[in-house]
Design a protein around this ligand. Structure first.
Ligand SMILES: [Zn+2]
Length: 550
């Protein structure tokens, strides 16, 4: 009995403490000017879910970035993709990641400088311990910027739950500072008849409709539905992602997405959740996004098997409660459904290891790499003149969660040096993308994370380097080179002044490699020899040497 009372007291106490912690968690603004967002949590990006909030910085770089709470700087990074970055671990259980910064503040600036010269690398990764750089709320910790993969000056701020490492939406902490009276809106509704099982308006292809202009849709069998939709905020034209989407049929909810948390691993599952910019109200077997829920034991797919009207309703809501509703009718009408022909075709079952062994082609995909089962449309374009055949596995690229191994045989060894061969993926427009690869016993091998169309190509051309306005380097204090690379990507580069390493940074948006001259390392006003070597994935080296006064 006594134990019970203690247990109950303990439970009451912990529950109380927990809810108190939740309600007391606050963060201050990262800036000393009004907040306007240009991107929200979880919005759809080309190959990932946006992991944080984007804040506008009044059109410029170099705004003071203020710590949003008390804690310590737990990581200092310089990367090509996110530019200068800081992780700050806060005492309240959250960690913030600030990206695209233009620079750090003292003494971190000096530490990063030294790291770059000592390690002869532009990219920096430092993990300080909790005592090195404590910070308090509103203290300046860096300068906002536009570095890395960024389309204009802004701050990207992620908020992670430190313990789980999950990305969470930071907007609930800033709602009171940001005005939003605009509801999300659907641009287009898409139907996904399931191959061999369903049909929409007499067709088996995906079909899109504009809401409000829809005549009743006639369907039969197994179908899915999805929407292209955006949320909007006051004072900005940026399109954001939609926080809550709910689909109901005949007043019964069948699917719901609530964009509030995901892990790094889940972020790629955007490929399964979406088709182009459409969010499917269907959960494929390999889609483990915790933000999605289906309630109809068909993972959101719908069976239209009665000759009647099915009333579909979408309800979209943002965090402020702004809501929009869309209704349309799907009319059950028997239509013939063409059976899928599996004869002589590869069928990949996602629960199994999948392989292809054909002349000149080997493909091995681990279990559960695919998000769904796939019927391949395998086709070979045999060309005895070219380096290799072109292998089409699927009409459209089908991304996977994990990598498979791909081997393609070389028919004609047009170049003796085997390091020059690489596997290229060929897009619908004919554009090729390098997937790298290594030559071994007549085959080029690489890893693929997408099914599509592949062949082997050769790259023997070194990256082209041009000096950008070298006469101005002295006055601007910036040494700038422009890189042009066809074929494979840039693998590495190294810049020196008078034979000594200096940290050049690679600006991926402009393909420029830049060194901000440090007068402590490079004497001003005298003649120097600047050299830059750029190497592509096939080992082709481009070299430029310039003698000039800096
Ligand atoms: Zn961002």
């Amino acid at each position: 009995m006594k134990h019970y009372i203690i247990l109950i007291l303990l439970l009451l106490f912990t529950r109380h403490a927990y809810s108190q912690k939740e309600s007391l968690t606050t963060f201050s603004s990262p800036f000393d000017f009004p907040l306007i967002m240009s991107g929200n949590f979880g919005e759809l990006r080309v190959n990932h879910l946006h992991s944080g909030l984007d804040f506008k910085t009044q059109g410029v770089s170099g705004k003071k970035l203020l710590s949003i709470g008390d804690g310590y700087i737990s990581r200092i990074l310089v990367t090509h993709g996110s530019g200068h970055m800081l992780h700050v671990r806060y005492n309240n259980g959250y960690t913030a990641i600030y990206r695209h910064l233009s620079g750090f503040v003292s003494p971190i600036t000096e530490r990063v400088d030294n790291y770059q010269y000592e390690n002869e690398t532009w990219e920096v990764s430092i993990t300080p311990d909790s005592t090195e750089y404590p910070v308090h709320a509103r203290q300046q910790i860096a300068w906002s910027g536009n570095t890395g993969y960024s389309f204009g000056p802004h701050l990207h701020m992620d908020l992670l739950e430190t313990e789980s490492g999950d990305y969470v939406d930071a907007l609930p902490f800033y709602k009171h500072l940001i005005k939003d009276t605009r509801a999300p809106a659907i641009q287009s509704i898409m139907f996904f008849p399931q191959a061999g099982k369903g049909v929409v308006n007499g067709k088996e292809e995906r079909q899109a409709f504009t809401p409000g202009q829809m005549k009743p849709i006639q369907a039969w069998g197994l179908i899915g539905v999805g929407i292209k939709a955006y949320d909007y905020m006051d004072g900005t034209n940026n399109r954001c992602g939609v926080h809550t989407v709910s689909l109901s049929v005949d007043d019964k909810e069948v699917f719901r997405s609530v964009v509030d948390r995901f892990s790094t691993n889940e972020s790629r599952m955007i490929y399964s959740w979406t088709y182009n910019a459409y969010m499917k109200s269907v959960i494929e077997p390999g889609n483990k996004l915790r933000m999605l829920q289906a309630f109809n034991n068909q993972n959101g797919l719908l069976t239209i098997d009665e000759e009647r009207d099915y009333r579909f309703k979408y309800e979209l809501k943002d965090l402020y409660g702004n809501t929009s509703r869309y209704q349309f009718i799907v009319r059950g009408k028997p239509q013939s459904i063409a059976q899928q022909d599996y004869t002589g075709k590869y069928y990949f079952n996602r629960d199994k290891v999948n392989s292809i062994s054909e002349p000149g082609l080997e493909l091995h995909i681990p279990k559960e790499s695919l998000y769904n089962n796939v019927l391949l449309n395998y086709n070979v374009r045999i060309d005895s003149e070219s380096i290799a055949n072109t292998y089409q596995l699927t009409d459209e690229p089908i991304p996977m969660q994990t990598y498979g191994d791909l081997y393609i045989g070389v028919r004609n060894k047009t170049v003796a040096d085997t390091t020059k061969y690489y596997i290229a993926s060929i897009g619908k427009n004919g554009r090729t993308t390098s997937l790298g690869g290594k030559y071994e016993n007549g085959f080029v091998k690489t890893r693929v994370r997408e099914l599509g169309t592949f062949t082997v190509k050769v790259d023997t051309i070194p990256p082209q380097i041009t000096a950008v306005n070298p006469t101005q380097w002295r006055s601007t204090g910036k040494i700038i080179f422009k890189i042009t690379e066809k074929g494979t990507d840039i693998a590495s580069y190294r810049g020196t002044v008078d034979g000594e390493y200096v940290p050049f940074g690679w600006e991926i948006m402009t393909n420029r490699i830049i060194y901000q001259v440090n007068p402590l390392k490079v004497k001003k006003g005298v003649k120097h020899t600047v050299e830059l070597v750029v190497t592509d994935e096939c080992g082709n080296k481009g070299v430029i040497t310039i003698d000039t006064i800096l």
